[in-house]
Ligand binder design. Structure first.
Ligand code: GCV
Length: 860
């Protein structure tokens, strides 16, 4: 029965502030020329939605279309749910499902050409038809139409669009107390103090963004799950989350703690084959479905990184997955069971030990034992979201099991959203990779779509970790990754750059120079990041025992975590050959196993992933030695990062001021931190191998004045514990409480915070220079710095990056806290006196590393 709600007024509001809260759904007014063009066209004048239920995605589609057309074209369209009142269907937007379309008497459509969630969009002059198989598909079609007109495209189209894979989920790693594991954009929008938050406005706004890129479900809590999510209060709270997301067609699922029957239920066991445990999970599942009838299902991390699992009871991972599958099956839910199962207490002295082997070792023998509603969720690479990994061989090893690929939008190993890294080109190296199972084409994207092995379920899981930050991910540019993730999960054959350009137009407007610049820097960003953080397959050379942000190559080895490089004085790389190493290469189908087994046929970009070689081993493509490639790549990567700043600066006035400055701040940080990375990694391998850089750059900084060589008062030199994290291994820190400055030139008279002064006479020829100041911004204080030339103020800054950036902050002088600021275009005369004053604050001792006096074009 079709209810008649009459004509509705629009209720979706468009935020005017350019703070990023609407992401790519800004519906910004078209530029005048395009508006004029639009006004010359016959365009729809009404919207008819063939469902009027409040929570229906069809109704959401109507509101969204009205709001979008209002924003983009300034036209107010009324939404009608009653076709009898629709003035003229030939100039309307009609939105419905195949079923409502035919029952409303518009004729019958070939329902079999629609997959679940698929839609048909036909634009024929002023008549727009959006029809789908299910309700959320129509919302996807509405967003598609809005994306087109937001980009000034009013052309006719006849598009049937079906998803490549049914599972297009996102995962959040939110903890019940409100923190987010590996989240870099503030606390959770879902949880606080052990409960679901009361105000779920941001939750429904998040669902809106997700629906617009056709994500159909979300797991809202951390895979390291807290059992109390399943208590009565929280199940009710989850129900409210589901209610908030339902109008956008985003279903809600949760991560489980495998020991919940014991920890929450008091059963004193969590053995998956124990009848009391089975009953407990069945009852809990029924309780969830009672509150959330469209509940999506469970995500399970078991026997991994200290999480409980079935191995405690000598049960298999399939026993565990099937326990949940049986409980969910009557309700139509699914289990996403993670393949990220490994031992993190490996012996680094054991040449044959290899964490990369774990997934195939655990899951291959279980192939065929998982029930039909189980999907094994596999991280794209065998280790953990590194800057470069080969495709996980598990995709090729379980043809009788549903699989999904896990990708990471949150930039755990890619700069915590403080570095611009557009990730789709990395994802595409995996999705487009041919695993050659049985010597037949076996693209990863075809495997996870279910096509290659004829499976019904499969798809994508993206770890997003949005937070309360107004722009969702803490960084405006990082949102391109979320946008492209959803789009690729729908159609992985799409081009990364084209997706990026759509996103840019929607996010920053249609100015061609903006589109070209964002495209240029984003498309260069992954390669640059790989270059300055870890190349040839050695992984992101970060601090895996602390925060995964800045450089610390030494920390990769000699621990149980198995993200090893096996670097010593003469050699580097994991030997993963069958003949002499861990045997990992043999987990691939024959053609690939043979390719990776030989150093001669392994692609250079994965050389050190598969082979342990001498630093003087020569690469196939360039003929360079491994060590020289390291040096060159790190210098090239850091240099590329500098160009991002100038490229973006050229857009001043073309992007609104708020977002322009926000992006600029981060790009400047990235430019400085890329140099920290470059120097730390190059310095480390230079010191370890003793092999000089043929270009003479590593360890030589002719343009730098080391802080410890300046005339110091109040400042004292300290050897930085990780030697390569400071220029010349030494910084200066304020050690004595003296007096605070009372005038702009730093002279002082009264007592105040601890203060240091570092003075140098500049010896550069007269000219114009950039002056870069290397310093450390640690957690727990906001030191003040002032730089003066001949007592004239040059630059002032505060060690307050924790107020602006999202990375996990360090309390030490290390590669996470090392950073730099630059004063550009400074006139300098030989003999000028440069003075830097540091005022300590809290734990921050105003640590200073060096000043670089850089002629134009020099990066040092
Ligand atoms: C949620 C890595 C991360 C962990 C994460 C884990 C996982 O180890 O560092 O924070 O835990 O992967 O994916 O389960």
């Amino acid at each position: 029965m079709r209810a008649c709600w009459g004509l509705l007024l629009l209720s979706v509001s468009i935020a005017t502030a350019e703070n990023g809260s609407n992401g790519w759904l800004r519906y910004a007014p078209l530029p005048d020329n395009l508006r004029q063009h639009a006004s010359s066209l016959a365009l729809p004048s009404a919207i008819v939605t063939l469902n009027s239920t409040e929570a229906s995605p069809i109704q959401t589609a109507g509101k969204e279309l009205a709001a979008g057309i209002q924003g983009v074209l300034g036209r107010s369209l009324q939404v009608s749910h009653d076709i009898a009142t629709a003035s003229d269907l030939s100039s309307s937007i009609l939105v419905g499902t195949v079923a409502t379309y035919s029952s409303a008497g518009y004729g019958s459509l070939n329902a079999s050409s629609f997959a679940a969630d698929g839609f048909w969009l036909r634009v024929n002059g002023s008549s727009v038809t959006i029809i789908s198989q299910n309700e959320r598909g129509a919302l996807y079609g509405a967003f598609e139409y809005l994306s087109r007109i937001s980009q000034g495209d009013f052309s006719d189209v006849d598009l049937l669009s079906n998803p490549d894979a049914p599972i297009r989920w996102v995962n959040q790693w939110d903890n019940l107390e409100g923190t987010i594991e590996r989240g870099y954009a503030g606390p959770s929008i879902f949880f606080s103090n052990g409960l679901i938050v009361q105000d779920l406005t941001r939750v429904s706004q998040y669902a809106r963004l997700l629906a617009s890129v056709r994500v159909n479900a979300i797991v809202v809590n951390n895979v390291n799950a807290n059992p109390s999510l399943l208590n009565e209060t929280n199940i009710e709270g989850l129900g409210r989350i589901a209610d908030a997301m339902r109008p956008y067609g985003v279903q809600v699922g949760i991560s489980l703690n495998f020991a919940s029957p014991d920890l929450l239920g008091g059963l004193k066991t969590f053995d998956p084959l124990e009848s009391s445990v089975i009953t407990w999970w069945t009852d809990k599942t029924d309780e969830l479905y009672k509150r959330i009838p469209d509940f999506a299902g469970y995500l399970v991390k078991a026997n991994s990184e200290g999480q409980p699992g079935p191995l405690t009871y000598n049960r298999t991972l399939a026993d565990a997955a099937n326990l949940f599958a049986r409980a969910l099956q009557p309700h139509g839910g699914i289990v996403m069971f993670r393949a990220f199962v490994y031992d993190h207490h490996l012996d680094p002295a054991n040449w044959k030990a290899d964490r990369a082997n774990a997934a195939v070792e655990f899951f291959k023998e279980l192939d065929g034992q998982f029930l039909d509603n189980v999907v094994v969720q596999i991280k794209y690479g065998p280790i953990d979201f590194q800057v470069r990994e080969p495709a996980s061989p598990l995709f090729a090893n379980i043809p009788n099991t549903n699989t999904a690929i896990e990708l990471q939008i949150t930039q755990e190993y890619l700069g915590h959203q403080d570095h611009l890294v557009y990730i789709p080109p990395l994802w595409k190296t995996i999705l487009d990779f041919d695993l050659r199972v049985d010597s037949k084409p076996s693209l990863v994207r075809d495997i996870v779509a279910g096509r290659r092995f004829n499976k019904k379920l499969g798809g994508y899981a993206g770890v997003v970790n949005v937070g309360t930050s107004i722009n969702w991910l803490g960084s405006h540019t990082a949102m391109s990754n979320l946008y492209a993730y959803g789009q690729l999960a729908w159609d992985p054959t799409q081009d990364s750059q084209e997706l990026l350009q759509d996103w840019t137009r929607l996010t920053f407007g249609l100015d061609q120079s903006v589109v070209e610049t964002v495209s240029k820097i984003s498309m260069a960003s992954w390669a640059a990041y790989e270059n300055y953080t870890g190349n040839l397959g050695i992984q992101t050379l970060t601090d895996i025992l602390y925060t995964h942000f800045g450089p610390n190559p030494a920390n990769m080895d000699n621990n149980g975590w198995g993200q090893w490089t096996h670097a010593d004085r003469t050699t580097i790389g994991m030997d993963r050959t069958v003949s002499n190493g861990t045997g990992f290469a043999g987990q691939y189908p024959a053609e690939l196993a043979a390719m990776y087994e030989s150093v001669e046929t392994t692609p250079d970009e994965l050389l050190l992933w598969f082979h342990h070689v001498s630093y003087t081993h020569r690469l196939r493509a360039s003929g360079k030695t491994v060590i020289q490639h390291f040096y060159d790549a790190h210098y090239a990567g850091a240099e590329t990062a500098q160009t991002f700043v100038s490229a973006w600066e050229a857009l001043r006035g073309k992007v609104d001021a708020e977002r322009f400055e926000h992006v600029l701040f981060r790009l400047k940080f990235q430019a400085g931190h890329a140099i920290v990375w470059r120097d730390a990694v190059c310095g480390f391998y230079h010191n370890l191998s003793g092999i000089p850089d043929e270009a003479g750059r590593v360890g030589h900084h002719p343009y730098r004045i080391e802080a410890e060589s300046m005339a110091l008062s109040g400042y004292s030199p300290v050897a930085v514990a990780l030697a390569e994290m400071a220029s010349n291994s030494t910084a200066v820190v304020v050690v004595v409480a003296v007096t605070a400055p009372t005038s702009s030139n730093g002279s002082s008279s009264s007592s105040g915070p601890a203060k240091g002064e570092a003075v140098a006479v500049l010896d550069s020829p007269d000219g114009v220079y950039d002056l870069a100041f290397g310093y450390f911004d640690v957690a727990g204080g906001r030191a003040h710095y002032g730089a003066f030339i001949n007592d004239e103020p040059l630059l002032e800054w505060i060690g307050d990056l924790e107020d602006h950036l999202g990375h996990e902050f360090s309390t030490k002088l290390d590669g996470h806290s090392a950073t730099r600021v630059t004063a550009r275009g400074v006139p300098v005369q030989r003999g000028d006196v440069l003075k830097i004053i540091g005022l300590a604050d809290g734990n921050e001792a105003a640590a200073l590393d060096y000043v670089a006096v850089l002629p134009e074009g020099v990066v040092d």
